[in-house]
Design a binder for this molecule. Structure first.
Ligand code: NAD
Length: 360
């Protein structure tokens, strides 16, 4: 029996998490789900979108299945997703992107895993607004130390990449490769231009690669990488990237394999792992039993693998792949034309996967 914190989230979150919970239960592995609520719906009651009780449940169970949570624009409340990643030091964002036959896509046989650093880089939130005394001070400092190179009407966002942060994410990528029998790790960067940030990331990646002689290593400039990914994505296996490039490339890769409805993910630290789809809460579809639960279900497959239940994970993944390939019960985003009669709702996809599991 595994104790798992279940955060249904909001918008389409409760529907897709319920579909994932049902198929995970039907897989034969026993779970005890500890329900935890976060987001706008608990804000009024607790005065925070991320109550301490949620964090306590996560710290106790260490494994989380999470639906998407809305971050209202301009509300002033901090994103629950960012708070979880930073608060629990979930430094690795793992996004497998795989072609499942039956999903409309321009490509075949893509099977890449994007491993993105989650805590540093331009996303650390160290910024100076245009016209503020702090921005002026920094601009002066740059002028004193580097010559007069920054316009005084500039806003500044700091890109910081550390040796320790780079080491742990690259090591994570190689360990992931070993655990899951993958053959190659590609590090992406722009070290020819940003010598002290991306250059550091690259130097550390090369050093770490030497400890893993059983796995091929290559590095590629980010601009070349995006071109290569569009031309021949099949040549890549595991991609490890600093935060910003990882964010962009993981969306590109999700697009290569058919979009958000089939893109699972996880945010993982040394002790705690949160499994959640790449997509958000798509509020306009909330409560309509309409959206695709497969990204959420595949996040559940990742969770099974993380828990060491590889056989069950394979069985569940095959059941999902079979439902997609058979193509009789798929959601609107996988439809082939306007009048596609195969289109069903979220919970019917779960029913179809459960039927497949019963026969496997
Ligand atoms: P979104 O992913 O919620 O939706 C964008 C569009 O993608 C939808 O309108 C829909 O057409 C499609 N889509 C998304 N999920 C789908 C599914 N399962 N099946 C079929 N189609 C699907 O992105 P958004 O509209 O930019 O964000 C909405 C909210 O979600 C925002 O508040 C954002 O902050 C939040 N968000 C949360 C997370 C998270 O919790 N991890 C991640 C991303 C966005």
């Amino acid at each position: 029996m595994y104790n798992v914190t279940l955060i249904p989230g909001d918008g389409i979150g409760p529907e897709v998490t319920e579909a994932a919970r049902r198929v995970l239960e039907a897989s034969g592995v026993a779970f005890h789900w500890e329900l935890a609520y976060a987001g706008a719906e608990v804000l009024d009651k607790y005065g925070t979108p991320l109550p301490d009780s949620v964090l306590a449940s996560i710290r106790k169970n260490r494994v989380v299945l999470k639906g998407p949570v809305t971050t209202p624009v301009g509300s002033g409340f901090r994103s629950v997703n960012v708070a979880l990643r930073q608060g629990l030091d979930l430094y690795a964002c793992v996004r497998p992107c795989k072609n499942y036959p039956g999903v409309p896509s321009l490509y075949k046989d893509v099977d890449v895993v994007v491993i993105r650093e989650n805590t540093e880089d331009l996303y650390a939130g160290i910024e100076y607004e245009v016209g503020t005394p702090e921005a002026a001070k920094l601009i002066n400092f740059i002028a004193e130390t580097k010559g007069d190179t920054v316009r005084t009407d500039s806003g500044l966002s700091i890109k910081m990449i550390s040796e320790a942060g780079s080491r742990r994410i690259v090591k994570f990528a190689f360990e992931y490769a070993r655990t899951y029998g993958r053959r190659k790790v590609t590090a992406i960067h722009k070290a020819n231009i940003m010598k002290f940030s991306d250059g550091l990331f690259l130097a550390v990646a090369r050093e770490v690669a030497k400890e893993y002689s059983d796995i091929e290593f290559q590095d590629t400039l980010i601009d070349n990488m995006t071109m290569q990914l569009v031309r021949r994505p099949q040549q890549f296996d595991i991609i490890v990237a600093p935060n910003l490039y990882g964010d962009i490339v993981s969306d590109l890769c999700a697009g290569l394999v058919g979009g958000l409805g089939v893109a699972p993910g996880a945010n993982i630290g040394d002790e705690i792992a949160v499994f959640e789809p790449t997509h958000g809460s798509a509020p306009k579809y909330a409560g309509q039993n309409k959206v695709n639960p497969i990204a959420m279900m595949l996040s559940g497959v990742m969770m099974l693998r993380y828990l060491g239940e590889a056989k069950t994970a394979d069985r569940l993944e095959k059941a999902i792949a079979d439902v997609i390939a058979e193509g009789k019960q798929v959601t609107y985003d996988l439809k082939l034309g306007e009048e596609d009669a195969r289109v069903v709702g979220t919970s019917q996809v779960a029913d179809a996967v459960i039927e497949k599991l019963k026969k496997s």
